[in-house]
Ligand binder design. Structure first.
Ligand code: ADP
Ligand code: MG
Length: 455
């Protein structure tokens, strides 16, 4: 079932999505990678085979940036987001958060073991047949000699195969270990960072326990010990109606994460709920109401409050504005942008529409059928779109000027016609610094010239 871009209502959003605080150019040279996704594959069992929801996706997100993941419905955006927060056991690849591997797939290691065993069995079977043959034709004196020769030949096959198998088993073991222990590792790293930050306090023996700095140190250390994936990475969902339990008060909805974490202090919870309600532009008295009393935009604010109460470092916002009216979309995007600046958040922003992400995202990755087609800064992508799929997505963006809009032509992407991959297949290439396109060598040369011509 092929998704169509035309399934979406396209409304000119450009005129309404203007940010209150204009985006500064992100400093990638001094940036710190907070999230690394490496060759992520997520397959789902489907009948007898697999549905390759995410086929091979790699990208890095820097601390403090807004990274957009854009593509049509069904291309694997949500699956990518859910794989990062470990809702699935990933098929293969690695997800690294703040230097700690939080998810690792083992499918290829398992395959390597399987095929090594199959190859070994075939080799041994062949040797056995050859040995039998030689033995039947041999004179009795040379029987032992033949047997020794074949024992040596068998050893030659078995030893390297066993080495491969044990290496692969080790890799699988490590992957399972990281999968299970990543929360401890994240807490450990966080504790280390706090100790490093306050090292000077301990330079001359124990510090005064009533000093303000020491109190801060204790507070930050306690926070660090509780760090985990489920706290540090929060997700905001598309449908603010479906994602809020109608029978719970706003207070309890927002506080759910804290309560699950074991916080029992009601006064603390009330204070935190009030704090985040204010941060998202709602009122403290809203805490006692129920979801149905709020508009779509307000519900999405509640969803955001629920995420930021956990003090996350990374927010995965999965089409947070797709269900909202255009004017409300702009408000919610502005809110996210303010929060990002105030709280130093990093945001992975998922959208099916390029116009929504244009002003908000520092970089954009364009996804098509489980693979990335193009990655570039937002400016660069809109100035020099190279991949025909990106061009097709761009041509779907309505123009705010009615005169231009009337002449807008939709470009349709035809993978079979637009590429000739009969001689060489595509992979992600860096066409200009920081601008990556999925292409083969012939296309790469063409794209490089295309950029040169435009300058
Ligand atoms: N839990 C699941 N089990 C089986 N198939 C799934 C599951 N989740 C998603 N898919 C399939 O994976 C593909 C990608 O889905 P999704 O990540 O939701 O796309 P997007 O968010 O880009 O619309 C779709 O074909 C979808 O039907
Ligand atoms: Mg989705």
């Amino acid at each position: 079932m092929k998704p169509k871009i035309a399934d979406y209502k396209n409304e000119p959003i450009d005129e309404v999505v203007t940010l209150n605080q204009p985006q500064k150019a992100f400093d990638y040279d001094n940036g710190e990678k907070i999230l690394e996704v490496k060759h992520l594959k997520q397959y789902f069992r489907f009948g007898r085979g697999y549905l390759k929801a995410v086929h091979d996706v790699s990208f890095d997100v820097y601390k403090g940036e807004v990274f957009g993941l854009v593509g049509e419905s069904g291309c694997g955006k949500t699956t990518t987001g859910r794989s990062i927060i470990k809702l699935y056991r990933i098929t293969s690849g690695d997800v690294i958060f703040k230097g700690v591997r939080i998810a690792a797939g083992t499918r290829w290691n398992e395959k390597e073991i399987k095929y090594t065993k199959i190859r070994l069995n075939q080799d041994l079977k062949l040797l056995k047949e050859q040995e039998q043959q030689e033995l039947t034709n041999a004179n009795p004196n040379s029987i032992q000699q033949i047997k020794d020769k074949y024992a040596a030949l068998r050893k030659e096959k078995i030893e390297p195969a066993e080495k491969i198998i044990s290496e692969q088993r080790e890799a699988i073991k490590n992957a399972h270990h990281d999968d299970r222990h990543c929360n401890d590792d994240i807490a450990k790293e966080a504790v280390k960072a706090v100790k490093e930050k306050y090292k000077h306090l301990f330079a001359n023996g124990r510090p005064l326990s009533n000093s303000e700095e020491y109190q801060n140190y204790k507070k930050e250390l306690k926070e660090a010990k509780q760090q985990s994936i489920t706290r540090s990475i929060q997700m905001i969902f598309q449908d603010p109606i479906a994602s809020l339990n109608p029978r719970m008060t706003i207070r309890n909805i927002i506080a759910e994460g804290l309560i699950i974490r074991g916080v029992k202090d009601d006064e603390f919870i009330d204070r935190e709920v009030k704090r985040v309600l204010e941060l998202v532009g709602l009122l403290p008295e809203h805490a006692n109401r129920y979801p149905h009393e709020f508009s779509g935009g307000q519900r999405q604010r509640i969803g955001i409050a629920r995420a930021i109460i956990m003090n996350p470092e990374l927010i995965i916002a999965d089409e947070p504005v797709s269900a909202l009216d255009v004017s409300i979309q702009a408000q919610v995007i502005n809110l996210l942008n303010d929060l990002r600046n105030e709280l130093g958040l990093t945001i992975l922003f998922i959208a099916h529409n390029l116009s929504v992400v244009k002003y908000f995202c520092d970089r954009i990755a364009v996804m098509y059928y489980g693979e990335l087609m193009e990655v570039a800064t937002s400016d660069e992508l809109f100035k020099h779109p190279l991949h025909p799929y990106t061009k097709s997505l761009l041509s779907a963006v309505p123009h705010p000027d009615p005169n231009v809009e009337r002449g807008r032509k939709r470009i349709v992407y035809h993978p079979e016609k637009d590429h000739d991959y009969s001689k060489q297949g595509p992979s992600l290439h860096e066409v200009s610094p920081g601008h990556f396109v999925r292409c083969n060598d012939e296309e790469l040369t063409r794209y490089m010239n295309e950029i040169k011509d435009k300058e």
